[in-house]
Design a protein. Structure first.
Lengths: 591, 159, 394
């Protein structure tokens, strides 16, 4: 421990702590801007400078380590003066169109302004950039608003390993993005939206779909169906100032009804269905690999619920595409069923159905545009809005969210089990699959009594578990004594590590769950800001709470899913399933 | 295979394919081609297994790594203070008149590009300029005309 | 010429290098601590402009326990008005190579690089020849040291040592946060000594003649001689080796054209001294004896009364605006808005008081920019605006 004096008070902090962290630990707020938790700090914005006695210049507190006996002033006249000037410089190259900006009142530059309290703009001058790129179905880049904090550069490179968002040129001409003429929509962008999540201003945002949804809602000829992903209910509350980790499932359903959606379905229903399909696919692959070498099945099988991850793989690991489960992501399954099973059942012309997915994800906006996601010219899903966009629509409609009664999902695509809830968090899909697969194979519940597989939960980059199969049912005798090895990762850096193993032939796993965003869908690119590890953990806890509170926690026990198989689909991996619930992938590799 | 792909492959063989070999490879392409086309940068990215955007971001940081098509001879006039005081504007005017191009442009025959650059380190012999990698100092309009005539004749002889 | 001027010409650097083999052989047979102490007692300070004690730099790096270390010669001489490193590399390259190898011996490194600015591409061929000759001799005497040239590509900021490392690693030349310093975390994250070309040439002098000969030159805190690149309004532009500690008045007596109104000491990032301060200004490092003491990489640009100081400042700001790496807010945006600001005042769009607001801006840059580039813009800006205010307005 070392002693540091900040604003006249002595504190003890661990060696290696930065001045910024030392202050934060002791409840001293240093205004900051480019700072991001848990990553290498670039120290580019210089807002967090402090005065260190004996120092010639001021020092950026986010990158300067605290040292023994250091005396720091965070609010001296000198510090406050220069902080104002730096903030003015930021604003001098930023359009002041706050009232029409989608980040109005939810903007870190405005928050900083609230701390710094300017009363004049002394420095006016040139604007460095004006490109607006709306070529992507998921993300819009408005460079005029960019203030070059480089957080998106950090997530795109260091966390996601995609390497698309980078600084280009030099000096005042520096801009952040793909290269000069490259459009996001034609690039290797995975649409994960992690850059959107960390952008402090309005420079990166999801492509708006609320206008299309409002239009559909006002169109009297349309039956508008909405579905919500598991992670949405664990975060939407934050838009309405609930504590992170507050579940708002009932109020969300009520709000959706109030917005005018004719049917409010639950993507969780399709998550249970995914487990039936994906679990069956896994068992079939294992059986092929162990007993029938002629079949071309490959292991490990990798989950396919995360469209950002899928696109990353199509670009970077096209040779490994056969490892992907052929299952569509749950909301695509639900969309396809809405326009077939549900349309048939209710006798509605599928062309008059408009399906909206509320997702924690920006990549889902891209996913619905994939040609495989259309049947007979009709899109499985017509629009995707993010959790943030739903929040905006609820506000826009004047709905008093906090005082809504608890609502419910509609039948027949609204019932779900606890297994579906945990789809929203890293490790959840694997756990849900193993709950069902283990029981199908052995006739017994997962050992341990909680139905959880502890090593797969949490925020570590790569998590693994092994489950030994003993005493299986006769039809699965080929699995007797087999130890099934599984791995779970979230974030594309981890995905690349696991895929490199597969590429090299060194992967020891049978089954891998990959989610494109760190922490899984709970911190997807479409979720409310801010997202940090504390908030991730809260949302994760909420998801597990939802699971544990459910009377039924195993997908194969979802009675409506069973009805669906009996009345419509037949059996998992059957003909109808293949037609509606499974898909194919395309290499996007340029090699 | 395009000749430039071949060139890039050879440069990568020569220098290596690690990140710290990027600059020599970029420089090697510019030495041959006078600029880095989008195609070249994507090829380099592929050869070094780097994101193309990183190659572009690195290349555009350096003012000698041109990313727009340049002429066979790239003229860079020093515009920093001493050269500026000692008449670089006159030199530019002379070249502009002679080649019928403005600063930032390439002559229609693709032979000359005219650019300004920061301090060349010949302040005691200002004004100074580079033509490709060769330095010319103590420039006067007459001297510049002579030098350029030399290049034009050289070009004609080569053709 | 005045009769009392005390400029003392020195001739060490460009004195022939024919004894380099002897000096190399002798030096590498001495223990590292002895060489370090020799450098420390010479009080040689970095000649790139920042003035960090060279012996200490070598000592700190020698004390690191890494198996891989590097010796880098910084030949990214980009400061406007500086051209001495080019001259050293073309006239006495073997001195520089010898010093690099001795440094390698001291810090236990067998790899040296010369980061040569792209503008000096034409030096590459001869320098490579010198390197071959040098390496051959090293093999002869069984001394394991290799030197490679790394070419820059037109970026002033790469003269900043951590930006230079980034550039050598194949990245944008953006300065790193310090600490960590190069002595523990330099090129490729390894302990690295990075010295300016001239600094290395001086260490050769010290190894050749001993620390005392060097120490006896100059004045307290500013020992030894220094190369000065003299340009601008002077009848005798060129490179001169002079003792440190001279007064600017004497310098102008010698090199001025009789009408000098200001001298830019240390290039665009250095200090502009108006005529009224020539007398009280000495050229050397901190710890002034009398009046103001200015450290410098050796760029001396003279301006006579026909020059518009507005144009000079405009030129500097244009330079910084282009050469800023674009990383930190104060420098990236500051340089641009300063340039806009003085133009607005000149046009009459802003009143003269606006210059004071711009001075606040340069103060902020000085206090908060990530590296020396942004921090030093204030130096000439404030001197020009404060001393030639009328020229800024009318």
């Amino acid at each position: 421990m070392i002693n540091i004096t900040i604003n006249g008070k002595v504190f003890q902090v661990e060696e290696g702590t930065t001045i910024f962290e030392a202050a934060k630990q002791n409840n001293i707020l240093i205004p900051h801007f480019c700072y991001m938790e848990n990553v290498h700090q670039i120290g580019s914005c210089r807002i967090c400078v402090v005065e260190v006695e004996g120092g010639k210049t001021l020092m950026a507190s986010c990158v300067t380590p605290a040292t023994e006996g250091m005396i720091v002033h965070t609010n001296s006249e000198r510090v406050r003066d220069v902080r104002k000037v730096i903030f003015e410089l930021m604003l001098s190259d930023h359009p002041k169109e706050c009232l029409s900006c989608w980040r109005n009142q939810n903007c870190e530059l405005q928050e900083l302004g609230n701390l710094i309290q300017l009363n004049e703009f002394r420095y006016e001058g040139a604007k460095s950039k004006d490109v607006i790129d709306s070529s992507s179905p998921s993300i819009v880049r408005d460079s005029s608003k960019c203030i070059l904090c480089r957080r998106c550069v950090t997530v795109c490179n260091e966390i996601q390993g995609v390497g698309l968002m980078n600084p280009h040129h030099r000096g005042f001409s520096t801009f952040i993005g793909p290269s000069e003429d490259e459009l996001l929509g034609e690039s290797v962008c995975t649409n994960c939206g992690q850059c959107v999540l960390v952008c402090p201003v309005g420079a990166l945002k999801e492509k708006d779909s609320t206008v299309a949804v409002w239009e559909a809602l006002y169109d009297k000829t349309k039956t508008v169906v909405v579905q919500t992903a598991p992670a949405v209910r664990a975060a939407l509350g934050e838009v309405f100032l609930y504590e992170p980790g507050t579940l708002v499932t009932g109020k969300m359903a009520a709000a959706l009804h109030q917005l005018g959606f004719n049917y409010v379905f639950d993507t969780n229903f399709a998550a249970d269905l995914t487990i039936m399909e994906e679990g069956s696919e896994f068992l079939e692959r294992v059986k092929d690999v162990l007993t029938n070498k002629d079949k071309k099945s490959v292991l490990p099988m990798i989950t396919s619920c995360s469209p950002g991850w899928i696109k990353f793989m199509e670009h970077r690991y096209a040779g490994q595409l056969p490892h992907l489960s052929s299952c569509k992501s749950p909301h695509m399954m639900l969309g396809a069923l809405t326009k077939s099973y549900f349309a048939e059942k209710m006798n509605i012309d599928p062309a008059k159905l408009f399906v909206v997915s509320v997702m924690p994800c920006t990549a889902k906006k891209f996913e619905i545009t994939r040609p495989e996601m259309f049947k007979d010219g009709l899109a499985d899903v017509d629009a995707v809005i993010t959790t943030r966009e739903l929040g905006r629509m609820i506000k826009d409609a004047g709905i008093d969210f906090r005082n809504l009664p608890e609502g419910e999902f509609d039948s027949p695509l609204g019932l779900s089990t606890g297994a579906a809830d945990i789809f929203g968090t890293t490790g959840g899909v694997m756990e849900a699959a193993l709950r069902t697969v283990y029981e199908l194979v052995t006739g017994r519940e997962l050992p341990g009594g909680t139905l959880h597989i502890q090593p797969l939960a949490g925020l570590n980059r790569i998590k693994t578990a092994s489950i030994k199969i003993g005493n299986p049912l006769p039809e699965y005798s080929f699995l007797d004594g087999v130890t099934v090895k599984v791995a779970v990762t979230s974030g594309l850096r981890g995905a690349a590590e696991l895929l490199d193993q597969i590429k090299n032939g060194t992967s020891p796993y049978h089954f891998i769950e990959i989610m494109g965003c760190p922490g899984g869908c709970i911190s997807g690119g479409g979720q409310p800001r801010p997202v940090n590890d504390a908030i991730r953990t809260q949302r994760m806890k909420a998801i597990y709470r939802e699971d544990e509170g459910k009377p039924v926690r195993k997908s194969h026990e979802n009675s409506d899913v069973m009805l669906l198989y009996r009345d419509f689909l037949g059996m998992p991996l059957g003909h109808k399933s293949h037609e509606l619930l499974h898909t194919i992938y395309t290499s996007r590799s340029k090699n | 295979m395009y000749p430039v792909s071949e060139l890039i492959k050879n440069l990568a063989d020569q220098h290596g394919r690690a990140r710290h070999n990027l600059l020599p490879i970029l420089q090697g392409v510019v030495e041959q081609e006078r600029f880095l086309s989008e195609y070249s940068m994507i090829e380099i990215a592929r050869e070094l297994d780097l994101p193309a955007s990183e190659v572009y971001g690195t290349a555009t940081f350096y003012s000698f790594l041109e990313y727009k098509k340049m002429g066979k001879y790239v003229i860079r006039i020093c515009k920093t203070i001493t050269c500026s005081m000692k008449g670089k504007n006159q030199i530019i005017k002379t070249i502009e008149d002679m080649l019928k191009i403005n600063v930032g442009e390439t002559s229609p025959d693709g032979n000359f590009s005219l650019l300004q650059t920061n301090c060349l380190g010949f302040c005691h012999k200002a004004p100074a300029m580079l033509i490709n990698y060769d330095v010319y100092t103590d420039l006067t309009p007459e001297r510049v005309r002579e030098i350029l005539t030399g290049y034009i004749n050289k070009k004609e002889r080569e053709d | 010429m005045g009769s009392v001027y005390q400029l003392k010409r020195v001739d060490f650097i460009f004195k022939d290098e024919k004894d380099w083999k002897v000096i190399l052989k002798n030096s590498i047979s001495r223990p590292a601590h002895e060489l370090i102490n020799e450098l420390i007692s010479s009080e040689l300070k970095g000649r790139g402009g920042a003035g960090f004690p060279t012996g200490l730099k070598w000592k700190l790096t020698a004390e690191e326990n890494d198996l891989v270390k590097y010796v880098i010669c910084n030949a990214d001489e980009g400061e406007p008005g500086t051209f001495k490193d080019r001259e050293i590399l073309s006239k006495v390259p073997l001195k520089v190579l010898t010093s690099m190898a001795v440094c390698g011996h001291v810090i236990r490194s067998n790899t040296g690089y010369i980061y040569l600015r792209g503008e000096y591409f034409f030096l590459q061929k001869d320098l490579n020849k010198a390197i071959s000759e040098f390496e051959e001799y090293c093999r002869e005497i069984n001394f394991d040291f290799s030197i490679r040239i790394f070419m820059g590509s037109g970026a002033y900021i790469c003269g900043e040592e951590t930006a230079l490392f980034e550039s050598m690693e194949g990245k944008r030349g953006e300065p790193r946060n310090k600490p960590p310093f190069p002595s523990s975390y330099g090129y490729m994250g390894k302990p690295t000594v990075i010295n300016n070309v001239e600094t290395l040439a001086h260490t050769y002098t010290i190894f050749e003649y001993g620390a005392k000969r060097f120490y006896d030159l100059g004045v307290q805190y500013s020992r030894g001689s220094k190369l000065f690149s003299v340009s601008g309004d002077t009848p005798k532009p060129g490179i001169y080796e002079l003792e440190l500690g001279m007064s600017l008045f004497d310098f102008v007596e010698e090199f001025g054209d009789g009408d000098t109104k200001a001298v830019q000491v240390g290039g665009a990032s250095g200090f502009l001294v108006p005529r009224k301060r020539f007398n009280e200004t000495t050229i050397g490092f901190q710890g002034k004896l009398t009046g103001i003491s200015l450290p410098t990489g050796g760029s001396m640009m003279l301006f006579n009364s026909s020059r518009s100081m507005y144009n000079v400042l405009d030129n500097y700001l244009e330079f910084f605006r282009e050469e800023s790496c674009g990383q930190c807010t104060p420098c990236r945006v500051g340089c641009q808005q300063l340039l806009n600001g003085i133009k607005a005042v000149k046009r009459g769009d802003k009143n003269a008081q606006y210059l004071d607001k711009l001075l606040r801006l340069t103060e902020t840059m000085q206090n908060t920019a990530k590296c020396g580039l942004g921090q030093s813009v204030a130096n000439s800006f404030s001197a020009i605006v404060e001393n030639f205010r009328e020229e800024m307005i009318y």
